[in-house]
Design a protein around this ligand. Sequence first.
Ligand code: NAP
Length: 260
Amino acid sequence: MQRCAHSLVFARSHGSMEISFAGKRALVTGAGKGIGRATALALARCGAGVTAVTRTQADLDSLVMECPSISPVCVDLADWEATEAALRGAGPVDLLVNNAACATLQPFLDVTPEQFDESFNINVKAALHVSQIAARGMKARGTGGSIVNVSSQASQCALRDHAVYCSTKGALDMLTKVMALELGPHQIRVNSVNPTVVMTEMGRLGWSDPGKARAMTARIPLGRFAEVDDVVNSILFLLSDKSAMTNGVTLPVDGGFLAC
Ligand code: NAP
């Protein structure tokens, strides 16, 4: 709670990128940890009413302790019906961040159907479903909106042991573009951010090994992994009117990795 209140003052005194979401309602999936949690807190600091969706109640409890204005929703987004029911009461959404994802690494020859289905269910199908729910409301109200899908550099560059993860993020990039095409006429913009490695719980899973990490940072012109805030700032930009004419882009937040 203290951090949320303190940050609000900080955000005001520093203009918070001069972005204000006052009067807007935002929904962030996977808001319990990592990038999603930081995004939910940043949106609240910028004045949005925030709904945080994730599947671990303890994470929501600590998030609401940190920022009491956030409304928590606990649901497993892999469950289509449960998601439908859980979001029915969440109210209208102007800004949506599809951030929840899983990353289970397996060599291509060992990929299991269970891993494939679980990953596509969360990383692609849930993003499509939550976007349908939010965008139907935006269209009906005629107020427009902005949707950001959290993709990855892995959508556009092959990474060892990431066959399923890379495929889900490639699918998410294409989903972003088709959504931008179909929802644009309703003044609903849809874009993605495509980060390089970020040392969240997910990042640590694949990149804790110093040799592996060194090999990756060596391929990033800026010579480092992304910080959570690097990604959050790009998400806020794409949600905001500062990017009013940007629609259907996949924005690398990768220090130049995909440019090489
Ligand atoms: P993280 O620390 O693992 O956090 C992911 C969040 O999503 C957690 O709160 C998790 O809840 C939630 N989640 C996962 N499956 C869910 C489900 N079925 N239903 C509801 N909530 C679910 O991951 P992160 O690093 O912040 O990643 C956020 C996004 O950035 C993801 O889309 C990821 O693919 C992308 N990304 C990450 C990196 C990286 O290196 N970290 C790089 C590029 C892109 P539980 O913990 O309870 O499962």
